[in-house]
Each structure stands twice: as C-alpha cells, then as structure tokens.
Write a protein that binds this ligand. Structure first.
Ligand SMILES: [Ca+2]
Length: 328
C-alpha cells in the first residue's frame, strides 16, 4: 500500500500512459472541464499528466491552466506556450482563474517555456513509445514540433528532429478535430490553423484518432460543478455564458470525449461509449473533413454508440471527483 502510494506520487507506475494535453483554453469551457477530468484520472492512477501546452495565448492563459493543476496538487506540471500569439476569441474565464490573487498559481506566461521547447524536452525525457498527445484546440504547436530541427534549443542536448522524437516516443496522437457526420462543416479546431491540420494529417509519423464535432456536441457536462469560490474549474463554468454569466451550467464536451478515449479507451466498465471506425486517411483540403477508407491507413475516428446522457454521466463523474489534494 505504502509502496503503491509512493509510486503514484512519483508518477512512475509502469504502463500508465504519459499524457500531454494541448489545449486552446480561453474561449470554450470544455478545455477547463477536460483538465479537471484528466487530473481526476491521474488521481486514480490511470495516467500521468506530464505536461500541458497552451495554443491560445492571452495574459492569463498559463496561470489559468496552472491554477487548475494546482487545485489537484499538480502545480509542478510544466506548461508550454505557443510562440505564435493567438488571441482571436473571447476570454471568458482565464483572466479570473489565472490571476493568482483569485486562485493559487505559480506559473505564468512570463515564466513558461515556448511550446516546442517543452514538447521536445518532455518527449526526450520519456521512455520509447510511452507518450500520448491529446490536442483539444488548434494544431499550430504540434505542427511546430513536427517541423522542429535537431538541437532546437541550441545547447546540443537533443540532437533529434521533431519527426524523430515523435517516431521514437509518441504512442498515439488524439485530435478533437473535424466533423465526420456533416461533410460540409469546416470544424472550428481545423479552421484555427487549416494549414497545420492538413500538414499533421499528411505527415504525422504514427496513428491518429479523431473525435469529431458530432461526438462531443450533444454530451452536456459541467452543470454539477460546485464550489466556484475555491475550485477554478467550477469558476470557469460559472463565468462561461452557457447558462448566463454567473450561473453554473452544462456545456458541450467536445474535448473531454477525446481525452477520455486517449486514456481509457472506448469503454466505461462494461458499456461501450463509442465505436471506432475502420482505418483510413483523413484530409481537410478546404476545411470540411474527408475520410477515405484504406486498410493501411493510420487514421480512425470515433462513432457515437452509447446514449449521450450516459456518456455525459461518465465524464461528469470524473469532472466532479474531489481532488486527492483537497482530501484531508
Ligand atoms: Ca478546446
């Protein structure tokens, strides 16, 4: 028991997936809900959250992510920031929860490494084939990683290209992106950086699973969050305008579906939440999603199976699971 606890604290349990969450936390609130869910899964010993990447910028983005991780006792999880400034959307809650006067946080945009540097460091330090990357926003940072040169930091310590690091260290890439049901819809995350989305689909050296717009949209979670005075995730749901600003209300769970699948697969106990498509090749030549079946393809996408209300229950239960760090 003691040994298990120590191993869990060290995050060194064999076989636990090492997870990096790459988020556009800023506008929609499901990114905050996803960080809550992933921290809960880490509390359960089901994954090791080794880093977070912020693809949207804005003055309190890193602080906001760090405030959530701090609530769960993971204040030291490193956060990398997209070097390309991107503040295209309303910032509903990050300035509130990312301000250390409101919620404890110790990292900030000023202290954060750039995303490519952090990605490369985390991959370099990880065992082979051990890292799952979950992208729940635009794909600019993973495109920058993919294109990074050997010795990117200029200190000679990592003499592998981004492509080589990905091939050696990444076991899977999971993208909340696209729409596999409405084939005329140019989905938001794809359009955040269409060129990057296309480049990743074309050239990523490994398997990709996509969770499309249609998977998370009808899955409504967050309405059961409580304690917005102390829990920064509950505060984010309170400030998000889904139920009128100032009221905690449920919202779509685009991002949670992808992160859940990446960590737990498509089951919740004995219930299958989603089917997984046949293999094929995904592309986005003009924005809308194209999937071409191909037995040798590296891409798959999720297909809704269980009732949406049931998927929501499973996800929300994790989002509201009390943090181990808050248990006295
Ligand atoms: Ca997102």
């Amino acid at each position: 028991m003691l040994l298990t606890s120590l191993l869990l604290i060290a995050g060194a349990v064999d076989g636990q997936p090492r997870v990096i969450i790459d988020t556009d936390l800023r506008s929609d609130v499901d990114d905050a809900g996803t960080l809550a869910m992933v921290n809960a899964l880490a509390d359960n010993g089901e994954c090791d959250l080794i880093g977070v990447i912020a693809s949207q910028t804005g003055p309190y983005i890193v602080g906001a992510i760090n405030a959530i991780n701090t609530w769960y006792g993971r204040e030291d999880v490193p956060i990398g920031l997209n070097p390309i400034d991107d503040q295209r959307f309303d910032d509903h809650y990050a300035p509130a929860i990312g301000n250390p006067e409101n919620f404890p946080s110790t990292q900030s945009n000023e202290t954060a490494p750039e995303s490519t540097t952090l990605y490369r460091r985390l991959l370099h330090e990880s065992p082979d084939n051990s890292v799952k990357i979950v992208v729940i926003g635009g794909q600019t940072p993973i495109r920058l990683l993919l294109d990074s040169e050997a010795d990117h930091e200029g200190d000679g310590s990592i003499n592998m290209t981004g492509m080589e690091l990905i091939e050696a260290k990444v076991s899977g890439l999971y993208l909340m992106a696209g729409n596999f049901e409405n084939l005329e819809h140019a989905e938001h995350n794809i359009m955040l950086d269409l060129e990057a989305s296309q480049r990743v689909a074309n050239d990523w050296p490994g398997e990709i699973v996509y969770s499309g717009f249609e998977i998370g949209r009808p899955v409504i979670t967050g309405g059961a969050m409580t304690n917005p005075e102390e829990n920064p995730v509950a505060k984010a749901y309170e400030l998000f305008p889904a139920g009128g600003r100032g009221n905690i209300a449920g919202s779509s769970s685009y991002d949670q579906t992808m992160a859940y699948y990446a960590i737990r697969g498509n089951m919740a106990g004995d219930v299958q939440l989603w089917d997984v498509s046949e293999p094929g090749t995904v592309s986005f030549p003009e924005g809308p999603t194209i999937f071409e079946p191909d037995p040798d393809g590296q891409h798959r996408y999720l297909i809704a199976d269980a009732p949406f209300e049931y998927v929501a229950e499973v996800i929300e239960e994790l989002m509201i699971q009390p943090p181990k760090a808050q248990a006295e």
